[in-house]
Design a protein around this ligand. Structure first.
Ligand code: THG
Length: 597
């Protein structure tokens, strides 16, 4: 039986192939080569549509794969970087996407198998190349309309799923989502990979490779690598790494950063140095090998290859370098909650308390409601910005108002936030009692967010379904102490509901316990009704119990609810909140929706 990538990767460093584009250039192909007779009728230019060569000049692609296999590559990538309807629409050939992927996989598969048969001790693998497409889900192409998106999450995920289903049918050994410049595109690809694997009934490892666009080590969409890791934490990932961006030397500090934190195998396929003034890469194979050797000597990697400018001559250098080298040992999984916007927010015991800004809530702020009603988004954004300036580590966004199109407003506002780096820095809590509003929100955010909220109000089935969806989109969840019988008010009821929800989430959904945030209901006290007077104490008691008995789970609450009876009297309200938090934090409350000002 041929060993799988997963079996071999812990034994030795694997060699991935080099660039496809650079190699294709060497064949000096013409428009007729790309077009063939088959695509004579397609308008516009087809030259440059490298993926189409799988259909029109398969001999060229086969030749390139063979060169890389000869050079010692363990893994070759299919020539499918742009083979999605989204990218192929530019060339008017989107209807051929499935066929392109099937043909591309077959070319690589046949050759890989041929080389494996020749030397079974060195099995060769095929990774299905999945590029970021030519559009971004997190940014607007229109400077005058920052809420606009040229591509939506659903459309992109559907395109990826079509591509990946063909790849799986063709027999790839892995799916490689590469040159990630926008984490939201990557999340749509991960989502699609899971759907495709389910539909086809074949599971293969999913590999991720990010490209950083500046020396600060951020993606084009502005995320740090640590924030990126939080965003994809929900997925079943085999390896993560970096490609393109820079040469091996310039990439190294970022690779170190990934290798130190990512609980996956690490890959790298840098460019052949930095491009010269003509855009050409002139680092020699020996120079590049010298730089790559540092990665290997320092135990940073498991999979090494090449990107722009590299050829089989570069890849041929690697066999000698990896001989006897120790593969990287993945970092341990985090034992705390990771959240992210453009930056990482790690919620660990040493962090005393996470302030979640409450003011971007149409039900909690008359001013915010008015601004959204009047479509004064600039001013509405300044409320978000002010909260972050005042120390909010996250912001809660709620558009639930009977007279608003909540789904639309949520999408617009979250898209706008993404264009404001000072706000987008922090993670978002998507607050709605309407499920479709929450899902719409999840499709806008590249970071790892919190869904606010789910509960057992409508029974176990709906609860489990919502939890599974949240997990699939990669978010944490606020779980309200609410069940079929209603809102839990006493400590005993709060404990009963939270314990039941915890068991369902952990046992049935395999939800990460660190991603569960219980909200045992901060209810208003001193309302004049006697039964309400112990509500705060009940919350605090339940908090202590949950913290001790439900490992990993966090505790949050809407603090301002406590003092609703004293609306207008902020002096009293603030004093009540301070006393409440003093006791609740001692019992383990570690998050709270508050007015950070
Ligand atoms: N748990 C969870 N989510 C929540 C709540 C909760 N989301 C909403 C709410 N409760 C928390 N947010 C607020 C926001 C504002 C106020 C209270 C809770 C508030 N607002 C002033 C008032 O109504 O007096 C606003 C005055 C104004 O500026 O208009 O008190 O419990 N998971």
């Amino acid at each position: 039986m041929k060993k799988t990538i997963s079996q071999i990767v812990s034994e030795r460093i694997l060699i991935l192939d080099g660039a496809m584009g650079t190699m294709i250039q060497q064949y000096n192909l013409k428009e007729e080569d790309f077009r063939g007779e088959r695509f004579a009728h397609i308008p516009g230019q087809l030259k440059g549509n490298n993926d189409l060569l799988c259909l029109t000049r398969p001999d060229v692609i086969r030749d390139i794969h063979r060169k890389y296999l000869e050079a010692g590559a363990d893994i070759i990538e299919t020539n499918t970087f742009s083979s999605t309807t989204v990218s192929m629409a530019d060339y008017h050939v989107e209807e051929y996407v499935r066929e392109m992927n099937l043909a591309a996989v077959k070319l690589a598969r046949d050759l890989a198998d041929e080389y494996t048969a020749k030397n079974p001790d060195k099995p060769r693998f095929v990774a299905g190349s999945v590029g970021p497409t030519n559009k971004t889900c997190s940014m607007s192409p229109d400077v005058n309309n920052p809420a606009y998106r040229a591509l939506g999450y659903d459309e992109l995920a559907a395109a990826y799923q079509q591509q990946m289903e063909a790849m799986l049918e063709g027999g790839v050994d892995a799916i490689l989502i590469e040159t990630i410049f926008d984490t939201l595109n990557a999340k749509a690809a991960i989502f699609a990979a899971e759907q495709a694997m389910k539909a086809i009934g074949i599971e293969v490892p999913v590999m991720l490779s990010v490209t950083v666009s500046d020396i600060g080590g951020r993606t084009l969409s502005g995320q740090t690598l640590d924030a990126f890791l939080a965003s994809v934490q929900h997925a079943n990932i085999f390896s993560v790494g970096l490609n393109c961006s820079f040469g091996a030397r310039q990439l190294k500090p970022f690779l170190e950063q990934l290798a130190a934190r990512a609980p996956y195998y690490i890959s790298a396929y840098p460019n052949a140095g930095l491009p010269n003034s003509l855009g050409k890469y002139d680092q020699t194979p020996a120079d590049m090998a010298h730089e790559v050797k540092e990665y290997i000597d320092e135990g940073l990697i498991n999979i090494i290859g090449g990107c722009c400018g590299t050829t089989d001559a570069y890849i041929a250098e690697y066999s000698a370098l990896i001989k006897g080298a120790k593969p990287h040992v993945p970092a341990a999984k985090p034992d705390c909650m990771w959240l992210s916007g453009l930056e990482l927010l790690e919620v660990k015991p040493e962090i005393n308390f996470v302030n979640v800004g409450e003011r971007c809530n149409v039900a909690g702020s008359r001013k915010f409601l008015r601004l959204i009603n009047e479509k004064k988004y600039d001013e509405a954004l300044s409320i978000a910005r002010q909260q972050v300036e005042d120390g909010a580590l996250m912001i809660d966004v709620n558009m639930d108002d009977g007279l608003l199109d909540a789904k639309n407003e949520m999408t617009t506002f979250l898209n706008l936030i993404m264009s404001e780096p000072e706000i987008a820095r922090v993670p978002v809590m998507i607050d709605s009692s309407k499920w479709d509003v929450i899902v719409a929100g999840l499709k806008c955010l590249q970071g790892k967010s919190i869904v606010n909220s789910i509960s057992l109000k409508e029974g176990e089935e709906v609860f489990l379904e919502h939890a599974r969806t949240i997990k699939q989109y990669g978010a944490a969840a606020v779980v309200m102490a609410f069940d079929e019988k209603g809102q839990a008010d006493t400590a005993a009821r709060k404990i009963e509901v939270c314990q039941r929800a915890y068991r369902l989430l952990v046992d049935k959904v395999n939800f990460n316990p660190n991603d569960i945030i219980f909200d045992p209901n901060v209810l208003a006290v001193a309302t004049g009704i006697e039964e309400h007077n112990n509500y705060a104490v009940d919350f605090i008691e339940a908090t202590g119990w949950i913290k001790k008995n439900l490992p990993g789970a966090h505790i949050s609450g809407g603090v301002s609810n406590l003092s609703f009876s004293f609306r207008g009297n902020n002096y009293i309200r603030e004093a009540m909140h301070a006393v409440f938090l003093y006791h609740a934090i001692q019992q383990g409350m570690d998050m709270g929706i508050v007015n950070p000002g």
